[in-house]
Design a protein around this ligand. Structure first.
Ligand code: ADP
Length: 419
């Protein structure tokens, strides 16, 4: 195979003018794929919203997360509040600064078994006034969702500022497969327009409403520990049924919740026998039920467009893998006849047995494989499967490999492997 892929190049002015656009498009696709890859490790993504502040939304988010961990699930909590993140206070993480391993951001890990990232970890001083405009927030949120190394999670609980502003809007757009939102309200706010606004927001953005939690509903007497209905309660259930959304639980006011919150001890864990803790454990049952629902994942075997070529690149640790037979995944790009990248899908190959990959990649619809080293026998098998082989590509990031291949500047040095 020729060392350089010059025949792909085009020196006409029109093509050169288009180059920056296509490079940007490729970067966007790569970024979107990195986000998808990260989110694919999280089974259920749940937003916690409220119409108004002070209804206990963050308290509910923190306790729901811990309650799920108490049920044996792997849980993360992401606090996306740019102006007043309260999760660090609620979980005894005040003053914590963000940690990283050089590649990814690392969440704090609580003794109660929950991983936590808060925007508060990025502020030197919690009273720092940062002025954020909508698009900046969206970029930061995208970065957070992409760069935090949660590992595999069963649930990611996302806490937002009250209302339906840029933060939940960004997440609704960036996480299109979220399981939905829990809406927190109090009996006093039920009749107000705010809860309905939250529900309408979800409906407009195709975010399922998992259900409504009525917090501060009744009062736990500090003396006898019985729940007293000091205000009118039960309206949450009525409102939920009027709006056609599930009602999850009523959580009473318990002065011990305030103490626990102020001292950073998740209530549901440290006071697990109380009415409030029982109510939280009840509220997470519908979340546990989500595990029975199977979501259909898009498949790479979907039809290619006419004149589209499909290029497969073996990847290990984010760069082209020098030994395609031992790669972690194949990144598969669809490229149109004008060398514009249309999309990317990452697929995990079957266990490596000599001769399996050519047939398998053919099933994936691949036309071209760009590899580092490859033995002549394997090259022959790919060619027999109708797959063109480019060997000797450098072990660098995929943008460079693909862009270089498409514009004819890919340096394909020596083929280092011949077994
Ligand atoms: P939000 O996120 O809606 O602004 P927070 O979760 O910060 O609200 O809660 C506001 C205050 O209400 C906190 O002091 C918290 O401890 C208290 N609180 C929340 N839920 C309860 C409850 N069920 N019983 C007693 N206090 C509560």
């Amino acid at each position: 195979m020729d060392g350089k892929n010059k025949e792909k190049g085009c020196s006409s002015k029109g093509c050169k003018d288009k180059a920056p656009d296509s490079a940007q498009k490729l970067r966007d696709i790569t970024e979107d794929q990195a986000l998808k890859n990260r989110l694919s490790l999280i089974k259920h993504k749940i937003m916690v919203l409220s119409g108004k502040g002070g209804v206990g939304k963050s308290t509910v988010a923190a306790n729901v997360a811990v309650a799920l961990a108490m049920e044996g699930r792997r849980v993360g909590i992401l606090d996306i509040d740019f102006h007043g993140p309260s999760i660090p206070t609620l979980l005894n993480l005040e003053g914590r600064q963000i940690q990283h391993d050089g590649e990814s951001l690392l969440p704090a890990e609580l003794a109660e078994g929950v991983k936590v990232i808060s925007l508060g970890f990025f502020l030197k001083d919690p009273s720092d006034a940062v002025i954020w405009r909508g698009p900046m927030k969206m970029n930061v949120i995208k970065q957070l969702l992409t760069e935090v190394k949660w590992g595999e999670l069963d649930y990611l609980i996302m806490d937002f500022p009250p209302g339906t502003g840029d933060e939940p809007l960004s997440v609704a757009q960036l996480v299109p497969d979220s399981d939905g939102a829990i809406i927190v309200t109090t009996p006093q706010n039920l009749s107000t327009i705010d809860v309905r606004k939250s529900i309408t927001f979800c409906r407009k953005l195709n975010v399922p409403v998992i259900g409504v939690i009525e917090n501060m509903s009744g009062f736990v007497c500090p003396e006898c520990r019985t729940v007293l209905d000091i205000f009118k309660t039960g309206g949450g259930e009525k409102m939920a049924s009027e709006m056609g959304v599930p009602f999850l639980a009523r959580i009473p006011i318990d002065p011990q919740v305030v103490e626990a919150s102020d001292s950073g001890s998740p209530f549901v864990y440290h006071y697990s026998k109380t009415e409030v803790a029982k109510a939280f454990l009840k509220a997470v049952q519908p979340l546990l039920a989500l595990e029975d629902v199977t979501v259909e994942k898009p498949s790479i075997t979907k039809e290619k467009g006419m004149n589209t070529k499909r290029i497969a690149i073996p990847v290990t640790q984010g760069v082209l893998s020098s030994h395609f037979g031992h790669c972690e995944i194949f990144a598969i790009f669809d490229v149109d006849s004008e060398n514009r990248v249309l999309g990317r899908n990452d697929v995990t190959p079957p266990p490596h047995e000599p001769g399996t990959f050519p047939a398998w990649l053919r099933q994936q619809g691949a036309d071209i494989i760009i590899a580092g080293g490859m033995g002549s026998r394997a090259q022959g098998l790919f060619n027999e499967s109708g797959i063109q082989v480019v060997v000797g590509a450098p072990t660098v990031d995929l943008e460079h490999v693909l862009e270089g291949y498409l514009n004819g500047t890919l340096e394909t040095g020596g083929n280092l492997c011949d077994h």
